[in-house]
Design a protein around this ligand. Structure first.
Ligand code: DQQ
Length: 536
């Protein structure tokens, strides 16, 4: 696969999880290598016994597994080395900040580790200085069993490092801010950098600047002011989805104030409206870009995971930048993914009337990268949008890909069996609201497998797109059990995990389809059979 499932026997995704249970922890670029550290259970494909496994890559696509970077070995991490981040300290080298679990009551403390030998380009061995660790323990105000996942630290011109640690108080999600002069002795700031009622535990917080002027990524250090916005992302443990806000960071006041252009909470913006959690971003100085990397857990049963011997994959790394509207981020698969593209097929000006399903022939449909632009002549037939439809996922479940509409549903039918007993549609449907049009994007797993006892959600999000030119582009990366889709150039993105039993290998098919009365034109479709990544 091309997704790095850190599981060896999976095929092309950067599914970077080896063999067992894994999820993202701290990605980093250092001296010519990308490093992925990930949460991993050496003893089985279920969660537990968590170590920091470590893989390296020169191109974010082909990976080599190394020995574990961190594993429970000290009183301060005896019960697990949980998530954290890597920070490259200028002139000194990388430092890992991570959460150690000290006892069976889940007491969580923050720890640090440094490479044994910074001249080893692979940074194979890491040391946890005994006398200095743990570097932060929960004070009386902080809930010590909900206190984890330190962010990458950043340097400010008041000569302090700062980092965030995720937490909660009752139902309020919190990101505490800590400051340090030397990276060792940390003091809690007067106030959390931000918190929000009723959002529950904030796991894996991520905080970083984005440029207002260019797509280039920014490093964390000393970046604030008029040319940037900041992003605060939190992974909500209660629902296992993430939301982010864009806002302004006031370093002197140690405050972050979200813009009022999106909700700060449950209904907020999401990197991905599907199965995408515990993500982290990092700045890649070799290409001046910020890369976002998420983890997609399985949605089959525990027994299935035990039988297959692994669970959890890494999504394809995504370059992220601020949209021109300044209201949301844009995400796009890293350009290195194109190196896995093999045979290409094209489709041009393919008209789709209501009920048309046209196969994209000549590609390995179980492992394919497909991009197309869907155009239409008019929005007159768009159905009326009911303002009570606030939840995109419910609307997708209700409307589905098979129910006839006005403009749409149209899109790809991925991982489809010949007889269409199994298929995962990725599609758009356009509605008419009083002063605008509402675009729904769905990745619907309802019919993805004839197997029962699977979670088959109708993942969906709304798409903030300009329809004046009557077109919407769509790209999907399909890799056996993953369909990862990017709507309108990466404005709304949805990753689905699916487990077909008929639409597998050569028996998998890819279609374009339309079930709306407005005719759709498939312009410039390109599909590439994808080669396997080299995951050693
Ligand atoms: N799981 C980790 C935590 C993190 C959560 C433990 C993310 O550190 O909060 O493996 O899924």
């Amino acid at each position: 696969m091309f997704f790095i499932s850190f599981f060896k026997d999976y095929s092309y995704k950067l599914n970077i999880c080896m063999l067992k249970m894994a999820k993202k922890t701290g990605p980093m670029y250092y001296n010519g290598y990308y490093h992925l550290f990930y949460q991993y259970n050496p003893n089985g494909s279920v969660w537990g016994n968590i170590v920091w496994a470590h893989s390296v890559s020169k191109d974010l696509i082909n990976w080599k597994e190394l020995e574990y970077a961190l594993y429970p070995s000290k009183p301060f991490d005896k019960f697990g080395c949980w998530s954290g981040s890597a920070t490259v300290v200028p002139g000194k080298g990388p430092v890992i900040l991570y959460t150690g679990v000290t006892d069976d009551k889940n007491t969580e403390v923050q720890c640090y580790a440094v490479p044994e030998d910074t001249s080893d380009p692979l940074l194979r061995k890491w040391i946890k200085p005994d006398t200095l660790n743990p570097i932060v323990i929960a004070d009386r105000e902080v809930n010590g069993s909900a206190f984890r996942d330190p962010t990458t630290a950043w340097w400010s011109n008041d000569r302090h490092w700062r980092m965030l640690v995720g937490s909660k108080r009752k139902h309020r999600g919190i990101a505490y801010l800590y400051k340090s002069k030397d990276f060792i002795k940390w003091t809690k700031a007067k106030h959390p950098i931000h918190s929000k009622s009723s959002t529950g535990m904030w796991e894996c917080p991520d905080f970083f600047p984005v440029s207002l002027e260019s797509k280039e990524g920014l490093d964390m250090n000393n970046v604030h002011g008029n040319n940037v916005k900041h992003v605060l992302k939190n992974s909500l443990d209660m629902t296992r989805f993430e939301y982010y806000t864009l806002g302004t960071y006031f370093p002197k006041k140690d405050k972050y104030v979200p813009d009022n252009t999106s909700q700060d909470g449950w209904g907020g913006l999401r990197y991905d409206y599907g199965n995408f959690y515990a993500s982290k971003s990092f700045f890649d100085p070799s290409k001046n870009r910020r890369i976002l990397w998420g983890w997609a857990n399985e949605s089959d049963s525990k027994e299935d995971d035990v039988n297959k011997g692994w669970a959890g994959i890494q999504a394809i790394p995504r370059t992220i930048w601020l949209d021109r509207s300044r209201r949301q981020l844009i995400q796009w698969p890293v350009e290195e993914l194109n190196s896995l593209r093999g045979k290409e097929v094209k489709m041009n000006n393919q008209k789709l009337n209501k009920g048309d399903y046209v196969e994209v022939k000549g590609v390995t449909a179980a492992q394919v990268d497909v991009e197309a632009t869907f155009t239409f002549l008019s929005l007159d037939k768009a159905e009326t949008f009911d303002p009570s439809w606030v939840n995109a996922q419910d609307l997708c479940a209700q409307k589905g890909s098979k129910i006839e509409g006005g403009v749409g549903p149209f899109g790809f039918l991925t991982l489809a069996s010949q007889d269409l007993q199994e298929f995962t549609p990725v599609f758009f449907k356009i509605f008419k609201a009083p002063n605008k049009h509402v675009v729904l994007m769905c990745s619907d797993a309802t019919s993805s497998s004839i197997k029962n006892n699977l979670y088959k959600p109708s993942f969906a999000g709304f798409l903030d797109v300009d329809l004046s030119n009557r077109k919407i582009p769509l790209r999907s990366l399909i890799d056996h059990s993953v369909v990862e889709s990017f709507g309108a150039g990466g404005k709304t993105n949805i990753l689905s995990r699916v487990y077909p039993t008929l639409a597998i290998g050569n028996q998998a098919h890819l279609f374009v389809f339309n079930n709306g009365t407005e005719q759709i034109n498939v312009q410039n479709l390109h599909a590439w059979s994808m080669k396997n990544a080299d995951i050693q």
